[in-house]
Ligand binder design. Structure first.
Ligand code: ZN
Ligand code: ZN
Length: 153
C-alpha cells in the first residue's frame, strides 16, 4: 500500500524501468537520468529529457522544448509549476517534501526520499525481471511488447 502511494507521486514523468538495449534494470542516477546496471546504457525520464534540452538551450520556451523532447506541453508546465528547474526563478516561498515533510527548494520530494523512491522502483523491477526469467512472460506485459521479450543469457 505504501508502494502504491509512492508510485502515484512520480509516475507522471514516465520513469523508464528496463534498458532498451538489453532489458536490464535501469538505476536512477539523479536529475532524471538512469543507467542500465547491466550494459551501462543511459536513459531519461520526461524530466531528464527536458532538463537536458534546457541545459543546451537556455531560455527555450515550452513549445520549443516540447517539439525537441516529445514531452507534452502539460507535463512541461507541470514541471515548471513544481519549480523543477533552477534556471526558472520562482520566488514562491519554500515547499515541503511530500513524504517526510523536510523543506525543499523544488519538486515534490527531498533528494533523500527521491532516492528511496527510486531504489524501491528498482527492487520491484528486479523482482519483475526475475519472475519473467523463471516464469516465461509473467509480469512482463504492457508497452514493451511481451512477444519480443527474450533473454540472452
Ligand atoms: Zn542495458
Ligand atoms: Zn523527504
Amino acid at each position: 500500500m505504501d508502494g502504491m502511494m509512492k508510485k502515484m507521486i512520480l509516475d507522471d514523468f514516465h520513469r523508464p524501468t528496463f534498458c532498451n538495449k538489453c532489458r536490464g534494470v535501469l538505476v536512477y542516477k539523479g536529475l532524471g537520468e538512469y543507467q542500465c546496471e547491466d550494459c551501462g546504457e543511459l536513459a531519461y525520464d520526461d524530466y531528464g529529457k527536458v532538463r537536458n534540452y534546457l541545459d543546451r538551450h537556455r531560455g527555450a520556451n515550452v513549445a520549443e522544448i516540447s517539439e525537441a523532447t516529445g514531452v507534452t506541453h502539460k507535463s512541461i508546465r507541470d514541471m515548471i509549476k513544481d519549480n523543477r528547474f533552477e534556471i526558472i526563478n520562482n520566488a514562491g516561498g519554500y515547499i515541503r517534501c511530500e513524504m517526510c515533510g523536510a523543506n525543499i527548494n523544488s519538486g515534490r520530494l527531498c533528494s533523500k526520499c527521491e532516492m528511496l523512491y527510486h531504489r524501491q522502483m528498482e527492487e520491484e523491477a528486479r523482482a519483475k525481471r526475475k519472475a519473467a526469467i523463471s516464469g516465461g512472460s509473467a509480469g512482463m506485459h504492457g508497452d514493451s511488447g511481451s512477444k519480443r521479450f527474450t533473454w540472452e543469457r
